[in-house]
Unconditional design. Structure first.
Length: 418
């Protein structure tokens, strides 16, 4: 008995999409391959490879990159992902900054800009600023690469919980925002292309997995410290999302039931102990208590005069207040990370965000806490490193998420794209 034709058609489309993705991912991983080697790597026969390559060339995702110059056998035509396949604009909306880049399909940065956001700035003003920056990123990218032509997709990282189905920012405690439909804003500037609104830490982890320090690791635990603390887990190249997409909110683990009030409504969350805000708070309180410090002039009226770099420099110069504040943050950071290592058994703990300038001071505390508090089988399997892209990891992650979508579903892109 024959199958109904609708099943057969669906299967064929699915197989074709999987095979197109195999070709794209092989070229992403190996950079440059001949059709014959592509057939070997993917297990597809040569005529199928030639047909799929033709389709991907029509979509401009891959191109021929010249003949091999090897001395043995006939020269082969090499294929590569086409860096000029299009533009990928990506933004991050932080609590105290807005950052944007535009990359080509090869991940090369064509344009970038970072602007300040005042913590009391109105939502409308901030959204206008994001929109202008996204527009500038697309125009700047197009000017730098006239042959790129189209926008492939756009991404925005935000410090909060995002509804993945609608692209709505549900809750951002440190912005004090709720229910903002950011997906619509991206479409207004980027047009009718796939757009992604995503938690900042998830994006930063993905950015490091594709373009930075987490390349080649299987189970990555990412700790992103800015004004607050975000976390992410990347398992086999995919963000671990949980049932409703809100997993890895490590910053809101209760570490001290009677601790500081957190912007999420709880008390004693981990981020009240180890965030940039907590670091500044330590400095302010020590100085208010009369302890001598070179940082005194920077905290007279407004904590925003402080920077992490300023505190690190003061600590290096022997300032006891700065040293104690960094040591306290480092100890609390180590305690939390040791517990997370026991829970997730990662092969890499990656540390990112605006506390990166303090890494040299914080790292010994994390290493000591892992040795003292984590189970040794877990600690022995874990490397701890800082993120390669530092404060730019989230924007790089936005570029990664567009790239990842096209690598895995190039055929659906043609249906959705321009
Ligand atoms: Zn909290």
């Amino acid at each position: 008995m024959s199958q109904p034709s609708t099943f057969r058609t669906a299967d064929q489309a699915l197989v074709r999409e999987i095979n197109l993705s195999l070709i794209m991912r092989a070229l992403f991983e190996h950079t440059s391959l001949s059709r014959a080697v592509l057939a070997e790597i993917t297990g597809l026969n040569k005529s199928t490879v030639s047909s799929l390559v033709g389709e991907l060339q029509d979509m401009r995702f891959i191109h021929e990159a010249g003949l091999t110059t090897g001395s043995v056998g006939r020269p082969s035509m090499m294929l590569e992902l086409n860096p000029q396949a299009g533009l990928i604009p990506s933004c991050e909306l932080g609590v105290d900054f807005i950052s944007a880049k535009c990359a080509n399909f090869g991940g090369a940065i064509l344009w970038e800009q970072r602007e300040t956001r005042h913590s009391d700035q109105a939502q409308d003003t901030t959204l206008t600023q994001v929109r202008h920056l996204l527009r500038a990123a697309i125009e700047g990218g197009a000017a730098a690469c006239p042959d790129c032509g189209r926008v492939l997709g756009a991404a925005l990282g935000v410090p909060g919980l995002v509804d993945q189905d609608t692209g709505t920012l549900l809750f951002a405690p440190n912005l004090r925002w709720e229910n903002v439909p950011l997906c619509d804003l991206l479409h207004e500037e980027a047009g009718d292309v796939p757009v992604y609104v995503e938690n900042e830490a998830n994006l930063a982890a993905l950015g490091e997995y594709y373009f930075g320090a987490a390349q080649g690791y299987d189970e990555v635990l990412f700790i992103n410290i800015g004004v607050g603390l975000g976390g992410a887990v990347i398992r086999a190249g995919q963000i671990v999302r949980g049932k409703t997409g809100f997993a890895s909110e490590f910053g809101h683990m209760t570490m001290d039931p009677d601790g500081e009030q957190c912007n999420c409504g709880n008390r004693g969350c981990w981020e009240t102990q180890v965030s940039q805000r907590a670091l500044f708070q330590h400095i302010r309180r020590a100085i208010a208590a009369g302890q001598p410090s070179a940082l005194r002039d920077h905290v007279t009226d407004d904590a925003n005069h402080l920077t992490v770099t300023m505190i690190v420099d003061a600590a290096h110069a022997g300032d006891a207040v700065a040293q104690t504040a960094l040591d306290t943050i480092g100890q609390h950071l180590g305690i939390g990370i040791a517990s997370l290592v026991n829970i997730f058994n990662p092969d890499l703990v990656l540390f990112g965000g605006s506390l990166i300038p303090a890494w040299d001071t914080l790292q010994p505390h994390i290493t000591a806490a892992l040795a003292q508090r984590a189970l040794r089988w877990h600690a022995n399997a874990t490397r701890v490193m800082r993120a390669q892209h530092g404060p730019e990891a989230t924007v790089m992650g936005g570029i990664s998420v567009v790239l990842q979508h096209i690598l895995h579903r190039p055929a659906s892109y043609r249906a959705a794209g321009p």
